[in-house]
Design a protein around this ligand. Structure first.
Ligand code: UDP
Length: 419
């Protein structure tokens, strides 16, 4: 998302750039705990006490020292997510205008979330402004006058979302090993964000029994990080128990290779739990489900495979137990692919139930989830009509142009306030 917004900023003549922070494994354990906690989830049940404060602060100060060497007084610095909150004080001391953007949150109240916000409070309280994706995500002690609500967005021109015809999508998926290559003649070509063309070379790491599904097999898929809150295991069990026995559909659970997300210490365990659940399935259900780990060496190639999947799938799911926004939802909707999503967090902002997809009220209800998938698979006219409306919805509200206007307005108001 930032790649797009920053490029527009530079195009408008603003000297904007980004820096990526780093940390050690203890730091990422703490920040994953913060991430889970803000979602109201206990995660690894670990503490957030004095030792964690000390380590978190130490790493944030190291990152802040690298940042302030690039920053002048009155520059605007936008820091993202709990990983950077501990940098705010140092950057403020440099005389910069500091905005803290938090992409996650919880719909309701939770003691775990309150305790997590208590940890973060001391770090974030002095920022000039806060951006949240939804109003209810902001803790109630934050100054409302400094609060700005901006939903994320997708870039229709990126390799994740740019146009791709059916034959090319199939060729890319065949090259990646996700569907069978029989009869596919088109080259696996995609357009990179810089406008050059390339061909998908890499293959996914796939766990399945037997041959890949054919290009004409109806495909249900979920693309997510291997994170417990994305509930890949729930998708697997819901599909196996309530979808696999009716019809011919196959399921692909798709995430990055498990060492592919540097700041997520839980991904290996989550992936392994999904594999264990997959191994326990009856043969017939197991033969219809594949676990796909996408190569991350070239992120544009990875994006092109995701693009092809979201176009090729008949139904995309986002069965998250919690969800800050869920970019994968807008990504699939933009490709006119309807979704079955949990009625949580930002998924509710994107899917209008019964119009541009289906929402499942209780994200743990596997039967309702399975029924919703079957309902869409069995009603082709409705599937197509929802797909068209899904694209319209994203065009209206979730493209980078809207995001950019809101960002611009916030930055202008901040400069006015301090000058
Ligand atoms: N994604 C990807 N490759 C993968 C898995 C996920 O490019 O193998 C992308 C996905 O397309 C989306 C982002 O990662 O753009 C995930 O964003 P989302 O808001 O859905 O969830 P988050 O991971 O931020 O919680």
């Amino acid at each position: 998302m930032l790649q797009t917004i920053l490029a527009y900023g530079r195009g408008a003549g603003i000297d904007v750039r980004w820096l990526v922070t780093s940390g050690d494994s203890d730091f990422f354990k703490i920040t994953k705990r913060l991430h889970n906690g803000i979602h109201g989830s206990t995660g690894d049940n670990g503490p957030l006490g004095t030792d964690e404060h000390a380590h978190y602060q130490k790493i944030c100060e190291q990152n802040a020292a690298a940042l302030v060497s690039e920053v002048k007084a009155e520059d605007i610095v936008i820091l993202h997510d709990p990983q950077t909150a501990g940098m705010i004080r140092t950057v403020l001391a440099q005389g910069a205008i500091v905005v803290w953007r938090c992409h996650i949150g919880l719909d309701g109240q939770s003691d775990v979330a309150d305790r997590t916000w208590d940890f973060l409070k001391t770090y974030i309280k002095d920022a000039h402004a806060y951006i949240f994706s939804r109003k209810c995500y902001a803790p109630d002690w934050l100054d409302e006058n400094r609060l700005c609500i901006i939903s994320p967005s997708i870039d229709p021109f990126s390799s994740k979302n740019n146009g791709m015809d059916t034959a090319t999508a199939q060729a890319i998926l065949a090259q990646a090993g996700i569907i069978a290559a029989d009869g596919i003649k088109a080259p696996p070509t995609y357009v990179r964000t810089d406008g050059t063309t390339a061909q998908v070379q890499g293959a996914a790491d796939i766990l399945r029994t037997g041959a890949p599904p054919s290009a004409t097999t109806p495909l249900v898929c979920q693309v997510s990080r291997w994170d417990r809150l994305k509930d890949m295991q729930g998708v697997l069990e819901g599909f196996a128990n309530f979808v696999a026995s009716s019809g011919k559909a196959h399921l692909s659970l798709v995430g990055p290779v498990v060492n592919g997300v540097a700041d997520d210490p839980e991904q290996v365990a989550v992936y392994e739990a999904v594999v264990t659940a997959w191994r326990k399935l009856p043969n017939e259900a197991r033969s219809r489900i594949q676990l796909v780990c996408l190569p991350m060496i070239d992120i544009e190639e990875n994006a092109a495979i995701v693009n092809a999947l979201q176009r090729h799938a008949k139904v995309v799911t986002q069965k998250s137990l919690r969800e800050g926004f869920g970019l994968t939802v807008s990504e699939a909707m933009w490709k006119s692919t309807p979704l079955v999503g949990s009625a949580v967090g930002g998924i509710k902002d994107q899917i209008e139930h019964g119009v541009s997809g289906l929402l499942v009220e209780d994200p743990t209800n596997l039967e309702e989830f399975g029924k919703a998938i079957l309902h869409l698979l069995n009603d082709l006219p409705q599937l197509e009509s929802m797909g068209r409306k899904a694209k319209e919805r994203v065009k209206k509200d979730f493209l980078a142009s809207r995001h950019l206007e809101q960002f611009g307005a916030l930055l202008v108001s901040l400069v006015d306030k301090v000058s």
